[in-house]
Design a protein around this ligand. Structure first.
Ligand code: DOR
Ligand code: ZN
Length: 447
């Protein structure tokens, strides 16, 4: 790995989950060496070869973002995204770590397939990619994938695998789901449950021709309840992906309230994520974009009541993290009804505008939701914070920059943004990965 000899980030507003102060940061060998408060003596002459980036006292320096949920479509769907285009989109959005779902072609259901992907991503040197392993072979819900063959805990044997998931195809068989959760517990990593599919009541409503927003709500609520119950039995860590209904929020809040006293910290663990689109948009947007085309996503954009419940859940800690569910598709696929939005390059601005600029949370809290907390969910103790010994994965942000979403300018091949043309405030200007600048939108702060 080609690590930068030294990088001085000077005169910034330094923000992480516990920090908001003026100062400077010194990175060497890819790792943060020092965090200096304003006025401290800086190590400018310590190394002959180093680069300085000036923050001018106003630009923000934060830990790079950590995404628990993205689809890079590689292998199998290069017309939607590739490892290269997905990684470029990630760094343009400020991400240093990305968890990639296994619903590729072929499905990532063996250690060998995951390893190939990881090696290719590392060779690009742009983001730290964590491939997800599917729970069952081919995501067919019949036979367990390689997970039962692996030695645990994975943090000791295969530390580059940090999450398991069957993606939108929840494991239907209760017994198989239970076994998968037990294996995950033995391996010491979370299972991300999408909770999109589930339950006879939802199937009946669907068969009776009820609208999607009706039966998909029943399905999500049922699936959320079910995985919480199974995880309680298996003592595993379940992570609920893209929570979207008020009822799911309530179920998660209640379960979190009882998890400690019932099972203790080593047992059942429950975490949850919300996506920027569910936090910021409602079914009105889906309708305007086209419910069956550009506005279609799983789970669907819901009502204002649901959205407010999600924001409440962010405020009280029921939602632990914000994850993009970056789901790039081609124009042709969207017109055929493929669900999903491209999201890596707009997530920071959307969340800043909705949560920070509306005075609901501080920038430090947003940093926790997008960096420190997702890193903790993955058990990655070396990132998500801005302190000595943490990785030199940082972003420079202009929280006041005004810009407009133009999907044609995305690095992602997926132009299926739910907010084309939206005027935004707040932009990632520079992304630093292990002390190297891997993305910069302009050079005027350089020296
Ligand atoms: O809308 C979605 N699309 N939601 C998901 O969770 C996955 C996805 C996809 O893979 O396209
Ligand atoms: Zn997904």
């Amino acid at each position: 790995m080609n690590l930068s000899p030294g990088l001085l980030l000077r005169d910034f507003r330094l923000v992480d989950e516990t920090l908001d102060m003026p100062g400077s940061v010194w990175i060497e060998q890819g790792v943060i060496q020092d965090v200096f408060p304003q006025g401290a003596t800086l190590p400018e002459t310590r190394l002959p070869m180093h680069r300085t980036i000036h923050g001018g006292g106003t630009l923000v320096l934060m830990p790079a973002l950590v995404d628990l949920h993205a689809h890079f479509r590689d292998p199998g769907y290069p017309e939607k995204e590739t490892l290269e285009s997905g990684s470029l989109a990630a760094v343009a959005g400020g991400y240093g770590t990305v968890v990639c779902m296994a619903n590729t072609k072929p499905v990532i259901d063996t250690l060998a397939k995951a390893k190939t992907l990881k090696k290719r991503a590392d060779a690009l040197g742009l983001v730290d990619l964590y491939p997800v392993l599917a729970l069952t072979q081919g995501m067919e819900g019949k036979v367990l994938s390689d997970i039962h063959l692996l030695k645990g805990p994975l943090s000791k044997t295969e530390p580059w695998i940090r999450m398991l998931s069957e993606d939108g195809k929840d494991v239907v068989s209760d017994e198989l789901l239970y076994r998968a959760l037990q294996e995950a517990h033995r391996l010491g990593i979370p299972v991300s449950c999408h909770c999109d599919a589930g339950g006879p009541e939802a199937e009946e409503a669907k068969a009776a021709g009820k609208p999607r927003e009706f039966w998909s709500r029943i399905a999500e609520n049922h699936a959320t309840q079910r995985v919480i119950e199974r995880a309680r039995q298996a003592q595993g860590h379940v992570h609920i992906a893209h929570v979207s209904t008020k009822e799911s929020v309530d179920l998660i809040r209640k379960a979190k309230g009882t998890q400690q006293e019932k099972t203790g910290p080593q047992g059942f663990t429950l975490t949850a994520e919300a996506s920027p689109h569910h936090l910021c948009l409602t079914h009105g947007t889906a309708h305007a974009l086209g419910d069956a085309t550009w506005g279609r996503v799983n789970p669907p954009l819901r009502t204002e009541v649901d959205r407010q419940a999600l924001i409440e859940a962010v405020l009280d800690g029921t939602i632990d993290a914000i994850a993009t569910d970056h789901a790039p598709h081609t124009e042709a696929d969207k017109l055929q009804g493929a669900p999903g939005f491209t999201g890596l390059e707009t997530s920071f601005a959307l969340c800043q505008m909705e949560l920070v600029l509306q005075d609901r949370i501080t920038l430090s809290r947003l940093s926790a939701l997008m960096s420190a907390s997702p890193a903790r969910i993955l058990g990655l103790t070396d990132r998500g914070r801005m302190a000595p010994k943490f990785r030199g994965d940082l972003i420079v942000v202009d929280t006041e920059a005004a810009w407009q979403v133009n999907p044609d300018l995305f690095r992602s091949r997926g132009k299926n943004s739910p907010v084309p043309g939206l005027p935004c405030t707040g932009r990632v200007l520079i992304t630093i990965y292990q002390g190297r600048v891997v993305f910069e939108s302009f050079l005027s702060h350089d020296s």
